[in-house]
Design a protein around this ligand. Structure first.
Ligand code: FES
Length: 65
């Protein structure tokens, strides 16, 4: 298990929250549509927005194993 860390400070969304939001999503075709999924569950990146690229990076990392 990877060490957990905060990805979005405004909404207090951490790595595990993003992993949980991606649960059940096994296909990695479009990182932006997965971003929408993650955002609708966790509300990440709805504050200052500076974590946007970080969230995309975490999604890619999780989906690629
Ligand atoms: S750190 Fe994620 S919206 Fe500000």
């Amino acid at each position: 298990m990877k060490e957990n860390y905060t990805v979005c400070f405004c909404m207090k969304v951490d790595y595990n929250d993003i992993a949980d939001a991606l649960e059940g999503h096994t296909k990695f075709e479009d990182v932006l549509s997965l971003f929408d999924v993650v955002q609708s569950v966790t509300h990440c990146s709805t504050g200052c927005g500076s974590c946007h690229d970080k969230v995309l990076g975490v999604i890619s990392e999780i989906m690629m194993g």
